[in-house]
Design a protein. Structure first.
Length: 385
């Protein structure tokens, strides 16, 4: 199998949590990707082999980087089979490739995912068998996971270049009861405008994800710098490409005097957050403390609180969570801190005692949330409690 040439470009897409399409699109443009186009839950783009490696190593907001093999209408299993069989799998998959199939179907004639998996697997095997003159494929080599999506009878077939989801940075092997996904934490830090200047505080730090992602962003450290990806085992992409992109990512790092504070009333959570920060290599940039957010008394002239307090859906009863948020609001008000608070509670503004200057809809897994943003702790407009 020939290596991909450095000048060859491919259609790709990066999947993301709903609401992060804009930040992800901007991130990909800054990485030098072309034809960047946001879609629901993903961003399409064009890249060469080095770009695929770069997106995996450096993206803070993507869940996976997928190589698009093709798209075609599929209203019947015959159409699905022939559409898949026409795709150039042999350009990427060697004779011994393992190729499991995963995917989903929505608002399509072919609604049975297991049946679609079976047909796609059969068609890909037929194509590879014909190209390699094999009646049986051993599948004893590197994994090339095929992912499909069927939406309104349009089928997209992709290869997963990432492997383990990109939000799993590797620094959080253990976590507390209701962790915030790393990609979402990175995004709310970015949306809040923290770039390593001024101060950042998270008084509900839990396992420390927001503070850690803030430190990684401030340093310019690529979140995937220390982990491995599925496509690193692919014969078509040279390992030297991955090494070069990692070296380029390391060259972008810098050191500064960062003022990042992470606290929680739970001493065990704080100890866990500190250990996670150590694994991420940013412990010395974060000040940890056991502290009750209801007594938050830190003052600032240039700082932002970025936080994800308990929702009352998994950790606490809803009423207790609302009382906690109301008490925190009393402590925060007038402190000089800007605030970016993620919550699924539709009454959050009332509990905080003010209408947000800006609001952004985001998803924490399957939980619909809003990111409420306030400037300087000032009350823009009273909301009835």
């Amino acid at each position: 199998m020939d290596k991909i040439s450095s000048s060859e470009r491919f259609d790709a897409c990066a999947s993301c949590l709903f609401g992060l399409e804009g930040p992800l699109a901007n991130e990909l443009r800054h990485m030098g990707m072309e034809a960047v186009a946001p879609e629901n839950g993903r961003v399409r783009f064009s890249a060469d082999a080095a770009g695929l490696a770069r997106a995996n190593i450096r993206s803070r907001f993507a869940e996976r980087v997928l190589l698009i093999l093709g798209e075609f209408p599929a209203r019947s299993f015959d159409e699905l089979f022939e559409g898949v069989r026409a795709l150039p799998f042999e350009r990427w998959l060697p004779r011994g490739a393992a190729f499991p199939v995963e995917g989903w179907s929505l608002e399509s004639e072919l609604h049975s995912v297991p049946d679609c998996q079976r047909i796609i697997k059969k068609a890909a095997a037929r194509r590879l068998g014909e190209k390699y003159l094999l009646s049986w494929l051993p599948e004893d080599g590197a994994e090339y996971r095929i992912r499909f999506s069927l939406y309104k009878n349009l089928c997209r077939i992709t290869l997963d270049t990432s492997g383990t989801a990109l939000h799993k940075r590797g620094y959080r092997p253990a976590h507390n009861a209701a962790p915030l996904r790393e990609t979402l934490a990175a995004a709310i830090v970015d949306i809040a405008g923290y770039r390593g200047r001024g101060e950042l505080a998270d008084p509900f730090c839990g396992s420390g994800t927001i503070a850690i992602e803030a430190a990684l962003a401030a340093k310019g450290r690529a979140p995937g710098i220390s982990r491995r990806f599925a496509a690193e085992r692919w014969d078509a992409i040279g390992r030297d490409i991955w090494a070069a992109e990692r070296e380029a990512a390391r060259a972008r790092e810098f050191n500064g005097d960062y003022r990042i504070y992470a606290s929680d009333i739970d001493a065990g959570a704080v100890a866990l957050a500190r250990e996670n920060a150590r694994r991420a290599g940013v412990e010395r940039y974060i000040e940890f403390a056991v502290s009750d957010a209801r007594g938050f008394d830190r003052r600032t002239e240039d700082g932002v609180i970025v936080t994800n307090p308990p929702y009352g859906e998994r950790l606490m009863e809803k009423r207790s969570a609302e009382e906690l948020l109301r008490a925190f609001s009393e402590a925060w008000r007038g402190s000089g801190w800007r605030l970016a608070l993620l919550s699924s509670d539709e009454r959050a503004e009332a509990l905080l005692g003010a209408r947000a200057d800006r609001r952004r809809k985001l998803y924490n897994g399957m939980i619909r949330c809003n990111l409420y943003m306030y400037g300087g702790g000032k009350i823009a407009g009273r909301v009835k409690k």
